[in-house]
Design a protein around this ligand. Structure first.
Ligand code: GLN
Length: 524
């Protein structure tokens, strides 16, 4: 097996034993990126020189017997929504094209002190809003299993680069399914930890009551490794919980005895693709053969989850994104041009004697805000800001936002009730495998409905993961969704680990052909 096809855990063992060097490993991934990222386009930026320099330094430290961190020498890619000190952090948006944060996100700082090699920043839907990666202001990412399909989103780049063996580990974020959906559609493993498990300090906020950072990798074991480094209390994030981090890597290999699984009745109904349904039911049989008992459970309020999510998330987004006004943060319109346009407009109005129009002309400051936001944000982000502003406005607040909060509580109670009877919930992660690029781009509702099975996890604040469980007849990966009670990441990982011991879906990789286009690794 070639180096790049191996799991992070097995590579780490060889790095630790000096059987391979970090330079050799990093170079192997950089070569894979150079050969294939011209067509996959998982990265917004690759850092070949910095990564190799870091790898060299870690190799040196190892040779001289100095202490090293948990991930010493392993390449990791990070979604471009996490602040990296002094380096671009664009959130897939034109708004932040020139943003270089003055500090590292806590997760980045933890990766650095664990001696990971940060290989690059990955593509994403603008401000993590989307499920296909087509909302990136820079370029879409392609699914490595079929380049004409979307990789899922919004952490599409982070999922595609692991699937395409361009890095063994990556970090994504999940507000309504953005780690799990692309992991499912790219045939890899991805987890959304419990709200509060991983610090979000330095994560550019989308919807603060839902956002969570999570690992993407080939296997449950590898997710355990990355989560162990990322998780834990951080005084800089008031929502991070002060609970000890269990030793996930030590327990992930232990199967769950007497596991009680719940199949969510509402997740096996209308809209579920027949092949996905069959693959998930087959996965349930695998668990049964491993000794699990299975029963049907109901989450009666989850039918409202998409509606509730698409009120709460846009409300929070409209507030979070108010800071991008071209002054505090972000892109600013060309002011010379703006003033020139204003003069032309005013002259026209004066000529026409239109007094009312003249009076309604906004002042240059307001106009600058308006133009900066109009030019800096893409259409989906604007849609969310408008939805959220509307739902929060006087007269609608109670009818939409407050109502959504009440239903959110009922959704959480559904989960609490279900977890009195079962240990984990099992079901599909997305209704269908990856769809064609462009297929849903003009139909936001269809795109939103794709989040049917994942958003309730975030609304309830619990943890969940996706692992590969089969393929469609057209060769596209199918993801299996496991959900657990709060702070039961260990249970999730052990549940995923026992499935992966019994199956080999996670070991499959896409047959990428050599890029025909020349790919530049510079900022694209
Ligand atoms: N697809 C969902 C959305 O567009 C989820 C996004 C996410 O989890 N960041 O809001």
């Amino acid at each position: 097996m070639s180096l790049i096809d191996r799991t992070a855990t097995s590579l780490l063992a060889d790095l630790t034993a000096c059987r391979i060097s970090s330079v050799e490993l990093t170079q192997a991934y950089l070569d894979q990126i150079a050969h294939h990222d011209g067509s996959v386009r998982a990265f917004l930026r690759v850092r070949p020189d910095e990564a190799l320099a870091r790898a060299r330094e870690i190799d040196q430290r190892r040779l001289t017997g100095r202490p090293l961190g948990r991930l010493a020498g392993l390449p990791v890619a990070v979604k471009d929504v996490l602040c990296t000190q002094g380096e671009p952090t664009t959130c897939g948006s034109k708004m932040l094209q020139n943003f270089r944060p003055p500090y590292d996100a806590t997760v980045i700082a933890r990766l650095k002190s664990a001696d990971a090699v940060l290989i690059g920043k990955t593509n994403m839907d603008e401000f993590a809003m989307g499920g296909s990666n087509e909302n990136s202001a820079y370029h879409p990412t392609h699914n490595p299993w079929d380049l004409t399909c979307i990789p899922g989103g919004s952490s599409g780049g982070a999922a595609a680069c692991v699937a395409a063996r361009m890095t063994p580990l990556s970090v994504g974020t999940d507000t309504g399914g953005s780690v799990r959906c692309p992991a499912g559609m790219c045939g890899i493993s991805g987890m959304k930890p419990t709200y509060g498990r991983v610090s979000r300090y330095g994560l550019v906020a989308f919807a603060s009551s839902l956002d969570q950072i999570g690992p993407l990798a080939q296997t449950a074991e590898d997710m355990a490794l990355l989560l162990e480094v990322m998780a834990g209390h951080d005084p800089a994030d008031s929502t991070s919980i002060d609970l000890p981090v269990p030793p996930y890597t030590q327990t992930v290999g232990q199967p769950l005895k007497g596991l009680r699984l719940g199949m969510v009745r509402e997740h096996f109904g209308e809209g579920l693709d027949a092949e996905v349904d069959a693959a998930v039911r087959e996965a349930v049989r695998v668990y049964e053969s491993l000794g699990a008992t299975v029963k049907w459970v109901s989450l009666p309020h989850c039918k409202y989850a998409v509606a509730v999510y698409y009120v709460i998330a846009p409300c929070e987004a409209s507030s979070n994104l108010a800071r991008y006004d071209g002054v505090h943060y972000g892109f600013r319109t060309d002011e010379k041009q703006m003033l020139a346009d204003l003069q032309v407009e005013r002259a026209q109005m004066q000529k026409a004697g239109d007094k009312a129009a003249l009076e309604s002309l906004d002042n240059p400051l307001i106009r600058m805000y308006r133009r900066s936001r109009a030019e800096g944000f893409g259409p989906e982000v604007k849609r969310r800001i408008m939805l959220g502003t509307y739902a929060l406005s006087a007269g609608y607040y109670d009818a939409y936002y407050k109502k959504a909060l009440k239903v959110r509580r009922l959704i959480r109670q559904d989960f609490d009730r279900a977890f009195e009877e079962v240990d984990l919930l099992i079901g599909p992660v997305t209704p269908t495998p990856a769809f064609k690029m462009g297929e849903k781009i003009d139909d936001p509702l269809a795109m939103y409905l794709f989040d049917l099975y994942t958003v309730s996890t975030n609304l309830a604040g619990i943890g969940a993961l996706s692992i590969p469980c089969g393929f469609s007849s057209s060769g596209l990966p199918i993801g299996l969704h496991l959900q657990a009670p709060p702070f039961e990441e260990e249970r999730l990982l052990r549940g995923a680990g026992m499935f992966q011991k019994a199956t080999d879906w996670h070991g499959k990789k896409p047959g990428l052909v050599e890029d025909v286009v020349d790919c530049s690794l510079d900022m694209r």
